[in-house]
Design a protein around this ligand. Structure first.
Ligand SMILES: NC(=O)c1ccc[n+]([C@@H]2O[C@H](COP(=O)([O-])OP(=O)(O)OC[C@H]3O[C@@H](n4cnc5c(N)ncnc54)[C@H](O)[C@@H]3O)[C@@H](O)[C@H]2O)c1
Length: 287
């Protein structure tokens, strides 16, 4: 067991749904927290929930590699150590979900910058401390690491990439006593999930058409947070929440072949994709 009592945990995207719920859970397990997000005000507000001795709220945009190093320096100055880096910040489409044919190039790049390079910057900056303290790196990937990323491709590509990065890291760290884990949340009721469910009628219809009801029922971020704490305590290589995704995650090779085949033949889906593309193009047209 890895005891979280007295450990120092850095969380990126801490003001968001999964980040804040995890902060509360890890704090309850005895950890001190370095809470980071793009807005200082947002992390200050979250920090007010905790004893000020055990929390350091910092503004940190994960796309800034130098800022990542500065955050780790500040954490060590304040607490004397950093044990766990939870690279959790992430974004998807800002507005209407887009296909690869219709998406805005700058937005594509921004998603990769945050969701892939943001994880890399956090991981890279934290590694000297994590290795020194035989600690852990936890990276938020997604079921999108193995699902077909249709209409959410840069997000899915980033989540597959950070999964791969973290698996490599776990192997590379194995002789050091430190470890790395991948977190795979299913649909969770937070701001980011609205892109696929609820925020856009066509994308919602698409997901409802494709996924069985038990898979598109969103869980609470607190459920993910409990998985995070348990996963860190057990140094699990993979944290799959909720567990109903686990068989698909394990059977992904076969599942991918079947779903890709199915998607290519799904006439209703093709109509919805066409409607979505028209809506994206309209939303990009000035006036
Ligand atoms: N909600 C879901 O259904 C779901 C499913 C699988 C994976 N995830 C992943 O979980 C993680 C947390 O997302 P969430 O569900 O809590 O959504 P959220 O939108 O509530 O939280 C994301 C947080 O990341 C922060 N962020 C965005 N850009 C940033 C940047 N450049 N630098 C630092 N912080 C930045 C946001 O300000 C926000 O607080 C993300 O990586 C997301 O991709 C979410």
């Amino acid at each position: 067991m890895y005891d979280l009592q007295g450990k120092v945990v850095l969380i990126t995207g801490a003001a968001g749904g999964i980040g804040a719920a995890s902060a509360r859970e890890l704090y309850a397990q005895g950890a001190s927290l370095v809470l980071t997000d793009t807005s200082q005000e947002a992390v200050d507000t979250l920090a007010q929930e905790f004893n000020s001795q055990r929390v350091l709220p910092l503004a940190f945009d994960v796309t800034d590699a130098e800022a990542a190093k500065a955050v780790v320096r500040q954490a060590v100055e304040r607490f004397g150590r950093l044990d766990v880096a939870f690279a959790n910040a992430g974004i998807s489409w800002r507005g209407v979900p887009a296909t690869l044919r219709t998406c805005d190039e700058a937005e594509f790049r921004r998603i990769i910058e945050v969701d892939l390079f943001g994880v890399w910057h956090t991981m890279r900056a934290a590694l000297p401390e994590v290795v020194r303290n035989r600690g852990q790196v936890l990276v938020t990937s997604s079921a999108y690491a193995y699902l077909n990323g249709m209409a959410n491709a840069p997000y899915a590509a980033s989540k597959a990439a950070v999964e791969s990065l973290t698996r490599s890291l776990r192997a590379e760290l194995s002789a050091t006593g430190a470890s790395a884990s991948v977190l795979y949340p299913g649909w969770t009721a937070t701001a980011i999930a609205k892109v696929a469910f609820g925020g856009n009628a066509i994308a919602t219809q698409m997901n409802e058409t494709l996924l069985p009801a038990f898979l598109h029922r969103a869980i609470a971020p607190e459920q993910v947070a409990r998985g995070v704490a348990r996963g860190l305590q057990k140094r699990q290589p993979r944290i799959v929440v909720p567990a109903r995704w686990a068989p698909i995650s394990l059977m992904r090779g076969l599942f991918n072949v079947l779903t890709d085949w199915h998607l290519a033949r799904h006439a209703r889906l093709h109509r919805l994709l066409h409607q979505l593309e028209e809506e994206t193009v309209r939303s990009q047209t000035p006036g």
